[in-house]
Design a protein around this ligand. Structure first.
Ligand SMILES: Cc1cc2nc3c(=O)[nH]c(=O)nc-3n(C[C@H](O)[C@H](O)[C@H](O)COP(=O)(O)OP(=O)(O)OC[C@H]3O[C@@H](n4cnc5c(N)ncnc54)[C@H](O)[C@@H]3O)c2cc1C
Length: 448
């Protein structure tokens, strides 16, 4: 199919952010009497859910040490809750189970959740934490735990199903979605910075406004937009740090233990919350008993019928080298480079066994045939950038926090029709030069 010669709003990327923006922008335009979904075109070089959104574990949580992230997540949870069926959302809750080194910080998360009305329980002390966990799972045995934050909201959603759910809602509002169309460059105005057209594999598309929601490919499109490859950051020490590379890659490691998902229910037979454990207790191999690590480690997991087992992951690793040279395509399970191997499988299965007896000796039924893992593209401080560049390009770069952030597209849509969002304000690009940085937690994950 030929691409249209021109559109009002061109959205690049049919993942969670591109489609959420498309759907909510269609509603906003209609509400404001400024147009409708017919003014919006979403294009994707592959297909709907071809990027990170289609392979995400799908965890939706509020647990963030940064107040601005927590408020944003609370907003996104309300969007998930607005249509759980279409979004394939399971509101089972979420648990952050932590060692002493994280106790105080997680305590502040609990206090601030109370102040924003986000329902959670906080258990403190080794003995009470063990009692609380055994009340949920009688085989609980994780060591080194001195606090448990149990978020009663949140949970997880089924990755591809939720993205298709969003696509249907957008199309029902008149939005067009074209797949198999790659953006290879931009045309800029002669008297302004603004983008006047997308140069695509199927021809030129003139446009008034562009939204970029392209997940791990952001470094490529950032370069096409001729945006700064490096930034100057005013550090916590008050000094400027120049020449910091804008984008870097981490590889996320996830997998599925091929058990019946029903085997991981709570003592009273319910589907459990998503479990996230961080601990500094030594981790021993569930295969041969040798020490795997005595440093802080973490894992997350949930029973998931979509993945056909207990699915989850562990800390990601940094991809070294020049970001422009990292092979993003083929992406996800098709990548020859960025899929999990035997080391992850043994480590993650041993972590599961460390936490619950029911997972001991189960490594042989790990789903090795299903390739998993994928790249994420991160900002200098590992927090999102949501901002307008070149006068008319709204960039949604979530620094790999973003499947859960279904609400960001709604807030972006509000801004596009002229209503500034307080929730997006802490994520502007200018925060680097101004030194308005988010606080950093003690978690072993770059996204907490
Ligand atoms: C293994 C893994 C697990 C994760 N688990 C979670 C989780 O549990 N919870 C959570 O909140 N987040 C999770 N994330 C992060 C989350 O998936 C991403 O932050 C989020 O999905 C990014 O969404 P997006 O819409 O920006 O991009 P994507 O979903 O990646 O979509 C981008 C789209 O842009 C298209 N595209 C790229 N370049 C072009 C171009 N030049 N022209 C046209 N189209 C283009 C791609 O084909 C793709 O479909 C995970 C990430 C990974 C990799």
């Amino acid at each position: 199919m030929a691409v249209p010669s021109g559109v009002k709003y061109a959205i690049i990327g049919a993942g969670i952010h591109g489609l959420s923006t498309a759907y909510h922008l269609a509603l906003k335009l209609k509400e404001a009497g400024k147009g409708s979904g017919k003014d919006i075109l979403v294009i994707d070089k592959t297909s709907i859910a071809a990027g990170a959104s289609g392979i995400a574990c799908g965890v939706v949580r509020n647990n963030y040490y940064q107040p601005a992230m927590r408020e944003l997540m609370a907003h996104s949870v309300s969007v998930w809750e607005s249509d759980p069926k279409a979004y394939s959302y399971h509101a089972v809750g979420y648990m952050q189970i932590s060692p002493e080194v994280m106790h105080q910080q997680v305590g502040t998360i609990y206090e601030q959740q109370k102040s924003i009305g986000y329902s959670s329980t906080f258990v403190e002390g080794e003995k009470d934490s063990m009692t609380y966990m055994k009340g949920l799972f009688d085989d609980w045995q994780a060591k080194g735990i001195t606090s448990v934050l149990h978020e009663k909201k949140g949970g997880y959603a089924n990755n591809t199903a939720s993205i298709y759910g969003l696509a249907s809602k957008a199309e029902a509002e008149g939005v067009r979605i074209m797949t198999g169309v790659t953006v290879n460059g931009f045309e800029f105005g002669s008297n302004s910075q603004a983008v006047t057209a997308l140069m695509t594999s199927k021809g030129r598309i003139a446009c008034d406004y562009v939204v970029v929601g392209i997940g791990p490919w952001i470094n490529q499109v950032w370069n096409m937009l001729d945006l700064p490859r490096t930034v100057s950051i005013k550090g916590r020490d008050g000094k400027m740090h120049d020449g910091v590379r804008m984008w870097k890659y981490w590889c996320l490691e996830e997998g599925t233990l091929g058990v019946d998902p029903n085997m991981h229910k709570t003592n009273d037979g319910r589907m459990p919350p998503v479990i996230h454990v961080d601990t500094d207790a030594p981790l021993y191999s569930d295969v041969d008993g040798r020490l795997i690590t005595d440093k802080l480690w973490g894992l997350y997991y949930k029973p998931d019928f979509n993945f056909g087992g207990v699915q989850g992951g562990a800390s990601p690793y940094k991809v070294e080298g020049e970001p422009d040279k990292v092979a993003i395509d083929p992406y996800g399970p098709e990548s020859p480079d960025f899929i999990v191997g035997d080391e992850f499988i043994e480590t993650w299965c041993s972590m599961l066994a460390h936490c619950q007896k029911r997972f001991e000796g189960k490594i042989s039924i790990y789903k090795k045939d299903e390739k998993s893992g994928g790249l994420g593209c991160f900002t200098p401080d590992n927090f999102p950038v949501f901002d307008v560049f070149r006068d008319n390009v709204f960039v949604i770069a979530d620094s790999n926090h973003g499947y859960k952030m279904i609400g960001v597209g709604k807030l972006a849509a509000q801004e596009i029709v002229g209503e500034k969002s307080r929730l997006l304000e802490p994520f502007r690009f200018s925060r680097y030069a101004e030194g308005k940085l988010h606080p950093v937690s003690n978690s072993p994950f770059p996204w907490s």
